[in-house]
Design a protein around this ligand. Structure first.
Ligand SMILES: C[S@@+](CC[C@H](N)C(=O)[O-])C[C@H]1O[C@@H](n2cnc3c(N)ncnc32)[C@H](O)[C@@H]1O
Length: 362
């Protein structure tokens, strides 16, 4: 059982993931670089690309096209297989419909047809035949934890925890990161790279506070849920217990499990890149141009709904609903968030410090 059943289905996530598409676009150069440094394959062998946490395909299709074009720029006739990995409950029908319909997708790449494949398994498990993948990539996905945290946090997000609870969450994230890369060590061929981009935490010089991706958003989400609990719509205990199962790592946290001297992971991978970079907020950018607070509130709330609804439904609204149907409460919750965002666009704005990690399989 994974901590999210997938992003909001039926094309909703694809229509409301401009931020994730911006993040993935920043990885294009890394993809081209990784392909250019992959050892030459024997004639007749397929170049295998795997995208871990692909969702329903909008940004995945673009990243896959970048990778396919990079392979074909070097070898016009090279056979290619594209593995799309996500949880079993992902909306796979939408993914494959998108891949077929996208006029810019790899279905239209030069050279022989690329074979699309699904890997419907958690990326905390082996997700491809052993040693088969020549390029791994993962965008806005590897921050999801493997299991729902079982600690008390004053708010919805790991960074609000203190003391033992904070240590427990850091240890859980450390073990999950190690597990993710242990499984990629299984999947990847020798000399292959995996390019990972996910939410991160930047650490400016003290006394400046760490810059945690999405912190202001999660504070707003917790406050709106608390208001609904005060009004008797949600069980206060369920609101207190809820933690979004996402962890935004610092560069030190990202490096640590990969660089433990003498460990299997250090033997498996050479760490090439670990860094955080801010990625500008497309919704704020649009609002600064058009000053349309209504459109801003709608777009920001829909972006949040796309990636949080599955987790909120299972771990907060289903156990916490008091009287009203879960779907009605979710609609109410996101309408309240939308109104709050529109009332003061800067106050709860999503801020992003994307963590980029590139490792090479020895
Ligand atoms: C925010 S979406 C990112 C989708 C796409 N890569 C993009 O950049 O738009 C995160 C994806 O990670 C997937 N995911 C989360 N935990 C996972 C796991 N344990 N195994 C595989 N996929 C997972 C989710 O189901 C979701 O589709």
């Amino acid at each position: 059982m994974t901590t999210t059943g997938g992003m909001k289905a039926g094309g909703y996530y694809d229509h409301h993931s401009e931020y994730q598409q911006r993040v993935a676009a920043t990885g294009a150069e890394l993809i081209r670089d990784a392909v250019s440094r992959t050892p030459a394959l024997p004639n007749g062998e397929s170049f295998v690309i795997a995208d871990y946490g692909c969702s329903t395909g909008k940004s995945s299709a673009a990243s896959m096209r970048t990778a396919v074009d990079a392979v074909r720029a070097a070898e016009r006739e090279r056979a290619i297989a594209a593995i799309h990995n996500d949880v079993p409950t992902n909306d796979w029908n939408t993914l494959f419909a998108n891949l077929a319909a996208d006029p810019d997708g790899y279905a239209h790449a030069a050279g022989p047809p690329v074979v699309p494949l699904a890997s419907a398994v958690s990326f905390f498990e082996a997700a491809a035949p052993a040693g088969s993948v020549h390029l791994g990539m993962s965008f806005s996905a590897a921050h999801w934890l493997r299991t729902q945290p079982d600690v008390s946090v004053p708010g919805f997000y790991f960074c609000e925890a203190t003391g033992d609870a904070r240590d427990v969450l850091a240890a859980q994230a450390d073990a999950d990161w190690a597990r993710f890369f242990t499984m990629r060590a299984h999947d990847l061929a020798s000399g292959a790279r995996v390019v990972v981009q996910c939410v991160g935490t930047a650490t400016p010089e003290p006394p400046a506070e760490p810059q945690v991706t999405a912190r202001a958003l999660l504070r707003a989400m917790a406050e709106v849920a608390a208001t609904m609990a005060d009004e008797g719509l949600l069980d206060p205990a369920a609101v207190d217990a809820y933690v979004l199962p996402v962890y935004a790592r610092t560069t030190d946290e990202a490096r640590r499990p990969l660089e433990v001297a003498g460990s299997d992971l250090a033997a498996a991978f050479a760490v090439e890149t670990v860094r955080t970079d801010p990625v500008a907020n497309p919704y704020l950018d649009a609002w600064r141009q058009d000053h349309d607070v209504g459109a801003y509130g709608k777009a920001y709330a829909a972006f949040v709904r796309g990636f949080t609804e599955s987790s909120l439904r299972e771990h907060l609204f289903t156990p916490g609903a008091r009287g009203l149907p879960v779907d009605e409460l979710l609609d109410d919750y996101f309408a309240r968030l939308e109104a709050r965002f529109a009332a003061d666009p800067e106050a709860d704005a999503f801020e992003d410090w994307t963590l980029t990690v590139v490792v090479a399989r020895r």
